[in-house]
Design a protein around this ligand. Structure first.
Ligand SMILES: CC(C)(COP(=O)(O)OP(=O)(O)OC[C@H]1O[C@@H](n2cnc3c(N)ncnc32)[C@H](O)[C@@H]1OP(=O)(O)O)[C@@H](O)C(=O)NCCC(=O)NCCS
Length: 181
């Protein structure tokens, strides 16, 4: 799917949003590694992600070429500051109405409004793709994310008390949220 928009952030700077493609692989990997090292609220540790640039490029291009999935990147002053995406759950008739949403932003760019615009953009894309339900899971202590999702209409439908077990050996409860589109 394709998406393109420029918005103004709370600090007055412009933020360019557009869908990722193969040429973004190197910047995307650097952003991903930094972002996933800055918080304990995400599923993947930096060393668990794909590091082969050709494979990263192929995945990003597949999302650009997809009719359903998308990865939207947010650039500030030309730097990749955050990204969010939707992915269909599974290619099965009974599941075709459901998509998963994920978002992460570099810590230095938190609180500027990027989370809001990326979430709105992904909800618009999910509707456009024909999905009827957008879903996510968030660590219950991740107040910023849960407030962001609630603001955009997501509602909690359950909790998994032992959803994550981090490398320190601690359980992290997951809040399951859904948005009817
Ligand atoms: C959660 C996250 C995406 C929010 O992005 P952001 O760009 O800082 O959010 P915004 O500035 O657009 O704020 C959007 C809303 O989020 C909520 N929010 C953001 N920061 C908050 C904070 N410090 N405390 C409480 N709510 C907060 C508010 O509802 C806010 O709405 P408002 O501007 O009307 O008050 C960002 O903090 C992040 O990437 N965190 C690390 C990765 C992560 O946790 N991803 C989600 C995994 S489920």
């Amino acid at each position: 799917m394709h998406y393109s928009e420029t918005i103004q952030l709370k600090n007055g700077k412009n933020c360019e949003l557009r869908n990722a493609e193969a040429a973004d692989a190197s910047a995307f990997l650097a952003y991903f590694m930094q972002c996933h090292g800055e918080t304990d609220f995400l599923t993947t540790y930096p060393d668990e992600t794909e590091h082969d640039l050709e494979k990263v490029a192929a995945r990003l291009q597949a999302s650009a070429d997809s009719d359903t999935d998308i990865e939207i990147l947010a650039f500030v002053d030309g730097k990749l500051a955050g990204s969010a995406g939707i992915n269909k759950l599974r290619d099965r008739d009974k599941l075709r109405h459901r998509a998963e949403f994920g978002i992460s932003i570099l810590r230095e760019y938190w609180g500027l409004g990027i989370g809001n615009v990326l979430t709105r953009a992904c909800i618009d894309c999910a509707r456009q793709a024909g999905f009827l339900q957008l879903e996510l899971e968030a660590v219950s202590e991740n107040n910023s994310a849960i407030r962001l999702y609630a603001k955009h209409g997501f509602v909690e439908y359950g909790r998994n008390p032992k959803g994550f077990r981090n490398r320190a050996g601690n359980w992290q409860e997951l809040v399951l949220m859904r948005l009817e589109l």
